[in-house]
Design a protein around this ligand. Sequence first.
Ligand SMILES: CCCCCCCCCCCCCC(=O)SCCNC(=O)CCNC(=O)[C@H](O)C(C)(C)COP(=O)(O)OP(=O)(O)OC[C@H]1O[C@@H](n2cnc3c(N)ncnc32)[C@H](O)[C@@H]1OP(=O)(O)O
Ligand SMILES: CCCCCCCC/C=C\CCCCCCCC(=O)OC[C@@H](O)COP(=O)(O)O
Length: 276
Amino acid sequence: MDLWWLLWISLLFLVPFILMEISSGFKFHFKLVYYCAMCLLLSALAAPMCLLTNGGRTVNNMRIISRVVRTLKYFFGVRFEVKGLENFQIDGPCVIISNHQSILDMMGLMEILPDRCVQIAKKELMYAGSVGLITYLGGVIYINRKRTSDAKSIMAAVAQAMISDNLKVWIYPEGTRNNSGDLLPFKKGAFHLALQAQVPIIPVVYSSLTSFYNQKKNLFTGGTVKVEILPKIDTSGLTENDITDLTERCHQTMRQVFFRLSNKPYESNGQSNCAQ
Ligand SMILES: CCCCCCCCCCCCCC(=O)SCCNC(=O)CCNC(=O)[C@H](O)C(C)(C)COP(=O)(O)OP(=O)(O)OC[C@H]1O[C@@H](n2cnc3c(N)ncnc32)[C@H](O)[C@@H]1OP(=O)(O)O
Ligand SMILES: CCCCCCCC/C=C\CCCCCCCC(=O)OC[C@@H](O)COP(=O)(O)O
């Protein structure tokens, strides 16, 4: 008899827990699918607008794309508090580096995207249906992360194009999405690029998304993202020998701002600053 009571009582607690788990997991995955579907839909809407306005692949399409993608935040209850927009107001090209936490970052990217700015993306994105098409039309530069020599020669060509076409280039120096609540070590491509083109670097930091978007906890609700555009870092006169220092300096600065914006105490003994 005692055993039966125990069983009933544990069921009383277990069933709602299991149901809650299933439904929150379901809700999380449903929302992610909804997000991807919205990206595909908005890209499919933006593509003909780009083609009709600008005819083909050009950075001018980024204006249309950013305007369309900015509507996404209203569907997902995400808000942005932006500081330092004036730091984007520099004449000529530059390399913009920012932290990359999830596919939701496309909203934060498009929220503040300056004029004449293209992004570096993994080549797999080209095959993401209408999203692939819109990235192509916007002039996104694709790299093959599995072939360092290819990636390097593409980046060298980008350095030339930045100068000749007056382009800003947006790079996620962590090289992959990272929702760990810290920054990954930085890869050096962005810094080589800035030095080769002799252009400044503008760091942009987004606060941690983990309070409202967390894959481990199946959490995806609405929330506010703090964004800070930091003052430019000059690279004139620097040489290849300064790359490691420069990478480390940018990583440290951005990591401090990341912790501050995320209301977390700064841990100075975090991950090594440079990718090995
Ligand atoms: C609604 C729809 C939305 C619409 C969205 C539209 C917008 C879409 C936005 C999409 C957003 C999508 C976002 C995304 O898709 S994020 C994923 C793709 N992006 C990136 O990976 C960018 C960051 N990665 C890098 O910068 C890497 O360094 C690259 C990729 C370049 C190479 O990486 P890899 O792992 O292969 O090599 P390594 O970094 O270990 O380096 C190895 C060695 O080479 C040296 N080296 C490196 N580079 C250069 C260079 N240029 N010249 C000379 N040397 C160079 C380097 O110092 C090192 O040497 P040492 O120092 O050890 O001696
Ligand atoms: C007809 C073919 C249909 C294919 C459908 C593909 C489904 C994909 C649909 C929507 C994707 C919406 C994603 C928005 C753009 C996200 C860009 C992005 O964040 O890429 C991740 C990349 O930064 C780093 O990748 P990894 O973390 O290294 O991995």
